[in-house]
Ligand binder design. Structure first.
Ligand code: DOR
Ligand code: ZN
Length: 345
């Protein structure tokens, strides 16, 4: 297979940041994807509909001229202990908020204002269930006694399974899953629960963080896992099962914040997102299932129309730059300085 034409894909989990950083990264996403679910973990976080509408306007204003009508940001609200059911109603009425994001407090970048105890959010979750507004979940416990590599599995047992049981009609996206346990949980769950999978978790296992010295550009949350987990994710993503779909979790941080004694979590993949997924699917001879994963399953789950136009990928080697410009700093992309075998025509 030397070319692959697929319906234009969407990114169902993306960090766009704000200000100059937003201007630097948005073109990468807008050239590939028709829509993206935009994460609300700004400083301060996007906790109200008014804040989300203002952020949406800043994103639209930052779009390159040739993408003004071809890319649509899909907005989210950041769930806190104090998010009210009334705010959920406003979110539903706005028509532009597609999900409410749960960050357990302290789980990752800018999650300090996240939820400390989900029982404080029950009335709000009731409203989301009633109004059919999906909950997007960062699925890791933050208990310091739990091993970092077990945070996702323990989250399923302690938080997610009881949550799904208590709110059986709530649609839930288990974001950026990283373990075989999460794949099994999704497989066994109702149709109300789906999962996104990143390109970096399909391509790398945890050796990539520590081989040949510490590799800060491979550090993200949830952290990369063992090879058995990567294999389970690859199988799920390429299976054709509509519960699994594309979400890059592309999360840019300046090089100085990554190559640091206390380096930030996040992998930037927007520069080559669909090409990186194509490489992963090709590894297991499953390119014929890329379109459904990248362009159909997410839209169907979010009950949005599938995109009409298409993109074409060519089998062509290209060299990923060592860095991109990022608001006066450098941004090191995944696979910097190496060859990627697929390229958008
Ligand atoms: O690695 C990550 N980076 N994981 C997250 O959940 C957040 C993200 C970020 O915003 O940098
Ligand atoms: Zn994320």
């Amino acid at each position: 297979m030397n070319t692959l034409t697929i319906t234009r894909p969407d990114d169902w989990h993306l960090h766009l940041r704000d200000g100059e950083q937003l201007h630097a990264v948005l073109p990468h996403t807008a050239k590939q994807f028709a829509r993206a679910i935009v994460m609300p973990n700004l400083k301060p976080p996007v906790v109200t509909v008014d804040m989300a509408l203002a952020y949406r306007n800043r994103i639209l204003a930052a779009l390159p001229v040739d993408c003004k009508t071809s890319f649509e940001p899909l907005m989210t609200l950041y769930l806190t202990d104090n998010t009210s059911p009334a705010e959920i109603e406003r979110a539903r009425e706005s028509g532009v908020i597609q999900g409410i994001k749960l960050y357990p407090a302290g789980a990752t970048t800018n999650s300090d204002a996240g939820v400390t105890d989900l029982s404080k959010c029950h009335a709000t979750l009731e409203a989301m269930q009633k109004l059919d507004l999906p909950l997007l979940v960062h699925g890791e416990v933050t208990d310091p006694d739990i091993d970092v590599f077990d945070r996702e599995k323990v989250f399923i047992d302690r938080i997610l399974a009881p949550l799904a049981y208590r709110f059986p009609a709530l649609r839930i996206v288990f974001e950026h899953i990283t373990t075989r346990d999460a794949v099994q949980f999704i497989d066994q769950s109702s149709q109300q629960i789906a999962a996104t999978i990143t390109a970096h978790h399909l391509l790398l296992n945890r050796n990539a963080i520590l081989q040949g010295g510490i590799q800060p550009h491979h550090y993200c949350m949830p952290v990369l896992k063992r090879e058995i987990h990567r294999q389970a994710l690859l199988k799920a993503a390429t299976s054709g099962n509509p519960k699994f779909f594309l979400g890059t979790d592309s999360a840019p941080h300046a090089r100085s914040a990554k190559e640091n004694a206390c380096g930030c979590a996040g992998v930037f993949t927007a520069h080559a997102a669909i090409e990186l997924y194509a490489s992963a699917f090709e590894q297991v001879n499953a390119l014929e299932n890329l379109e459904a994963f990248a362009s159909f399953h997410g839209a169907d789950f979010y009950r949005l129309p599938r995109n009409q136009n298409s993109i074409t990928l060519k089998k062509e080697n290209w060299l990923v730059p060592m860095f991109y410009e990022f608001a006066g700093e450098n941004l090191v992309p995944l696979s910097a300085g190496t060859i990627i075998p697929w390229r958008i025509a």
